[in-house]
Ligand binder design. Structure first.
Ligand code: MF3
Ligand code: CO
Length: 260
């Protein structure tokens, strides 16, 4: 069952998604060597609550934190910890949701910690670019497979692995709605995209092989080969001609630009 949203509902969803982006921008100021992922979680949760929202990841299927923090070879759903201290050369993917006005915002961004190797920076760049390749296809009349294939072909042409086990999703009053939005697939297949559909597109891309395993915490996924992984996510509303991107990397990147 796909819930189509009215223009008014899309504005409420946008407000929630923009709060996600603002929270990620707050965290961007703190992503430095020496900070723990638990500190990032604490700041994020306080910021979300201060802005009249809640953090629906907390308690979702028993997930224990407000945000997901995935460092280096961790792909997604890493659990913040006091013991996990960021160091120079690391990368960290931060994925978070907010619940505001009854709508769930969801977006993710991968940050560099200090001086990161060029090979890894390129992985981040390509992963983010692949997200926009997918978004280009997220228009009325296309199918989910057009989005999926755009991401897959772009990342595989660069020699990267495209994670299969976790995928994007519809978003709205629920964190996960239909349709499923895989980062791999065939053009012209899958759900027909229509105006009013709101979906999260979220490539999870590995420097090496795409094989993953779960940690004993039951949440953290990491690459089997130990190579780094990147994750970027936007929530978008489907329209004719061009998707309406509801989250905003510009807010985050303004902060990053002014830090350096
Ligand atoms: N933001 C994540 C997603 O894409 C949800 C994380 S799982 C949770 O779909 F348990 F942390 F909520
Ligand atoms: Co998501």
């Amino acid at each position: 069952m796909i819930y189509l949203k009215t223009a008014e509902e899309i504005e409420l969803l946008r407000e929630s998604c923009l709060l996600v982006s603002k929270t990620l921008a707050e965290l961007a100021k703190l992503v430095k060597p020496g900070v723990s992922t638990a500190q990032l979680n604490k700041v994020a949760e306080e910021f979300i609550l201060d802005n009249g929202a809640t953090a629906p990841c907390k308690g979702y299927c028993g997930y224990p934190a407000a945000i997901c923090t995935s460092v280096n070879d961790e792909i997604v759903h890493g659990i913040p910890s006091e013991k996990q201290i960021l160091k120079d050369g690391d990368i960290i993917s931060i994925d978070l949701c907010t619940l505001k006005n009854g709508f769930v915002g969801d977006s993710a961004y991968t940050f560099c910690v200090g001086d990161v190797a060029p090979e890894i920076r390129q992985l981040l760049k390509t992963t983010k670019e692949s997200l926009f390749k997918g978004i280009e296809q997220a228009v009325e009349g296309n199918r989910v497979g057009d989005v999926s294939n755009a991401i897959q072909s772009y990342c595989e042409a660069a020699g990267y692995g495209v994670v299969r086990e976790m995928i994007g999703h519809g978003i709205g009053r629920n964190m996960h709605e239909a349709p499923e939005v895989p980062n791999y697939g065939r053009r012209g297949t899958g759900t027909l995209l229509r105006t009013g559909m709101t979906i999260c597109i979220e490539p999870m891309i590995t420097l090496g092989n795409r094989a993953l395993r779960f940690d004993s915490d039951g949440w953290t996924t990491r690459t089997v080969d130990g190579k780094f992984a990147a994750h970027f996510e936007h929530a978008v509303a489907i329209r004719k001609g061009k998707a309406d991107i509801l989250s905003d990397f510009g807010i985050i990147e303004n902060v990053l630009k002014n830090l350096n």
